[in-house]
Design a protein. Structure first.
Length: 186
């Protein structure tokens, strides 16, 4: 008697779960599968031009997605991807990736001594360059991505921050190269 009652309740739960629309969280989880095509199934991007997004800070991820959506940050792939979502949905997408772990480095290098010119970056990117509320994580991003994004700020192609363009212009090309090498090996 008890058994059949339990089975009945369980059966009813299954039926009502199937009839319920997928929850917002499930919906986001299925819709972000597209991101894995480039940013990687396990958080390791498919190529060095694509940044790691797993484990970055939620508010910053949202700001970048917002900026691609609005055009404040220009990239043809990311603009079309961001426009598949509303801004409230992008907030959920950002929270989803922020909750993932930063992927383990594939080949931990020896970063050597920190370039002197990287000292001032710590005020925002944090002393270990692992990011925080003021600025994103840089430690362990690829050399290619770091150098490209530093140069994009320096030559005015990336303008979605007031401070970074000035900081990057103030560095020589050799400084930017040395910093990108150092940060990618952390
Ligand atoms: C076709 C490949 C591709 C797909 C699909 C893709 N991305 Fe990207 N994403 C990139 C590339 C390349 C960049 C770097 C672009 C740039 O330099 O502005 C990038 C940049 C980003 C950034 C900025 C990160 C940083 O370090 O500045 C975020 C956040 C991001 N993508 C999130 C997503 C999310 C979320 C999805 C899925 C909804 C997604 N991307 C789908 C290729 C892709
Ligand atoms: C005043 C705070 C501040 C300082 C100092 C600073 N940054 Fe940043 N940096 C930021 C912020 C905020 C962003 C995110 C900008 C955005 O919204 O895209 C950023 C973005 C970046 C990015 C792009 C990251 C990505 O994934 O797209 C790189 C690379 C970077 N900074 C390198 C540096 C380096 C190298 C230094 C030191 C020479 C430095 N920054 C100093 C605040 C700072």
């Amino acid at each position: 008697m008890l058994k059949s009652l339990a089975a009945g309740v369980f059966g009813a739960l299954i039926v009502s779960a199937a009839a319920m629309p997928a929850s917002a969280a499930d919906d986001i989880e299925s819709r972000v599968q597209v991101c894995a095509g480039c940013h990687g199934q396990n958080g390791v991007p498919i190529n060095s031009a694509t940044p790691i997004i797993w484990g970055q800070q939620a508010n910053w991820l949202y700001k970048e997605l917002h900026d691609y959506h609005s055009g404040d940050r220009a990239n043809p792939f990311m603009a079309s991807v961001a426009k598949m979502f509303t801004l409230p949905e992008l907030r959920e997408v950002a929270n989803y990736f922020a909750a993932k772990p930063w992927p383990a480095p594939e080949h931990a290098g020896d970063p050597g001594a920190a370039p002197k010119s990287a000292e001032m970056c710590k005020a925002c990117h944090q002393p270990n360059f692992q990011g925080g509320a003021p600025a994103p994580r840089l430690a362990g991003l690829s050399y290619d991505y770091l150098l490209t994004s530093m140069n994009a700020f320096a030559d005015g192609r990336r303008t979605n921050n007031l401070d970074m363009p000035g900081f990057m212009k103030a560095l020589s090309e050799a400084d930017r190269d040395a910093i990108a090498h150092y940060l990618s090996a952390l």
